[in-house]
Every structure is written in structure tokens, then in C-alpha cells.
Write a protein that binds this ligand. Sequence first.
Ligand SMILES: Cc1ncc(COP(=O)(O)O)c(C=O)c1O
Length: 365
Amino acid sequence: MTQRAYNFSAGPAVLPEPVLAEVQRDLMALPSAKASILEISHRSKTFKEIISAAESNLRTLLAIPEDYSVLFLQGGSRLQFSMIPMNLLTASQDCTDYILTGAWGKHALEEAKKVGATHVAWDGSDGNYTSLPTDQELDVSPNAAYAHVTSNETIEGVQFQTEPDVGNVPLVCDASSDFLSRPLPIERYGLLYACAQKNAGPAGVTVVVIRNDLLQRSSETLPSYLNYQVQAKAGSLMNTAPTFAIYVVRLVTDWLLNEIGGLEKMHALNQAKSAMLYDVIDSSNGFYTRHAQAECRSLMNVVFRLPSDDLTKLFLSEAEEFNLTALGGHRSVGGIRASIYNAMPTAGVETLRDFMIRFRDQHAV
Ligand SMILES: Cc1ncc(COP(=O)(O)O)c(C=O)c1O
């Protein structure tokens, strides 16, 4: 088998090796179906067991209350940028509110503008999206349909540590890049969504957790696929579901439950992994500089710069020689981005840490 590098891709991203091994082992035939997961109906007994196990694992891991539905949809988080205002903004609310802490929140806002009136409750662009608002700084419209927040901005590496207080307005959260990385008080959210390809599985499925009373807002005039209420009633099976992606979500959530031991433990591992890299950055005498301010630095995407573009290029090419791949920062921010999602092993982060220390010792003046 080709040797696997430590892959720091922001997404699609590293998956747990035991999950990949199980997929490989059972790809020709799932024992219960005598056919591949790629070949069975989304309405077969075997697949129904898979989707219900995926849902029940998510409910256990996140302690999702009974009065919330869990949906498995296609179209990525980007389609949620549109579905959320299409479903949740009705004639009885004034607008939708957006808290902008980075590039993905801005993309979400742009899509909402196509649907109806929007209002920006906070915008961190003046600070180049390096910080987060305090609750007092939020200007949430009292009659907003919802307030949208991005819990972890994947490009800037800025992460909320706790939920912003938006009063009685339903909190809607894009948790694409920190889903399942820590426990969450789901009851604080009206809706939470995450594409799977960072922390929960492969590309192709997006998980939506929605409080059931909000389903009443979906208008019958919406295209059926885009209607949360229709999707919830059909158990995410109104059309052919992304069966393979949901199967892998089931295996990843099995891994979180049985091998990691739940989200408290996952969170502790993620804190320890990210601290290793931030310690090197913060003790480098300015050789490495962090993008995010200390109190909102992300546990998932560690974004930093080197003193020059030449050193950044050298860092990236030498890192490849040590089997450390996909470390280039997003083109809009530059520098380095180490995405260290749940499945990145501690050994991978240790290898990167040691490489960073050596590189600094060789090149700091
Ligand atoms: C925070 C966040 N939101 C949304 C998206 C878009 O997800 P998708 O490509 O599944 O539409 C991404 C993808 O990188 C993301 O990081």
C-alpha cells in the first residue's frame, strides 16, 4: 500500500484509519447485504439500519434532544446558505441576521441577500477577521428570523469557544469545520449544520440538526428537496440519499463513540493537539505569527505566517519531504494552515511541531 502522509487538508480531510480499513474490507460486500454499499438501495433494510445508526450515534454523541430532527442532505454547506433563509424567513419576520467572523459567514450572507432582507449583527472585517464579538457588541434585530454564526471560520482559523447570546432569536450555526470536535449545548441552537468532509465523513452529505418547531416555517411553495419539513417527514429519504457518504458518517461516529470514547475526550485531544502548535508559534520570537487572536484561535485550523513568501515556499516544500502535506494557507490569507481535525493523529501533530521547531532554528536570524 502507498505510504500515507500526514494530511493537513482543510477538507475533504483526513479520515480515521480504522474507518478507511473497514470501508476497504467491506467494500465488495457488506455482510448483511452480500452486496457493496455502493450497490444497495437507499430503501433496503441494510441501508435503513445504516442511516438510523448514523442518526442515533449523532444523537448520543451530541445529546441531541427529542424535539430536534437530524437530516442528511446533499448540496454541501453552500446549499444550506440558501435553504436556511428560504425555509426560516417568513412574512412575519423582518430580516435574517448575520454575525460575520470570516469568509464563510460572508458567503452565507451573500446567499441570504438573494432570498430576502438581511442585517449584519457584527462584522469583523476591520480587524481582518482575527477576533470575535463580545455579546454586548452584537446588534441582533429583535424580530430577526434567526441569527447566523460560523462556529469555526476554516480560512482564518477563528473559533467561538461558547455560543454567542442572541436572545430569543433562533441561533443558526455553520459548524462545518468543528462539528463533532467537542460537546455542544444543542438546546441553545435553532439549527446547526455541517458538511461531512472535514470532521464527520467524506464529501457528499451535510448534516442538519433542526428544532422541530422551526419546521413549521417551511412554505409548501418551496421545491420539495429544499423544504426541511418534507425532508424531516421523509427521514431524509425523499429521494436517493448519498448512501456511501452516510455509511462513512456512521463508521466515523462509531469510531468517536467506541474508540475515542465520546466528545469530551475528543475535545481534550483536540485541545492538546492544537496547544502543541500554538506553543511553538507563540514561543518563536516572532518567526511564526498567528492570524487569530489568542482567545479565539481555532482548535481545528491553525493559521500562521512566516517572515517572508520565500520562507513560506521553502517551509511547504521541506514539509513534504517529512511527509507533511496540504499545509498551504488559503489564497486569501496566505501563509500556512494546519487543519488538525479529529482524525489527525497526535503523532502527525508532533511531527509537524518538531519540523516547525527545526525550521525556525535553521532560518531565524
Ligand atoms: C465553515 C464552512 N462553511 C461552509 C463551507 C462550504 O462547504 P461545502 O463545500 O460543502 O458547500 C466550508 C467549506 O470549506 C466551510 O469550511
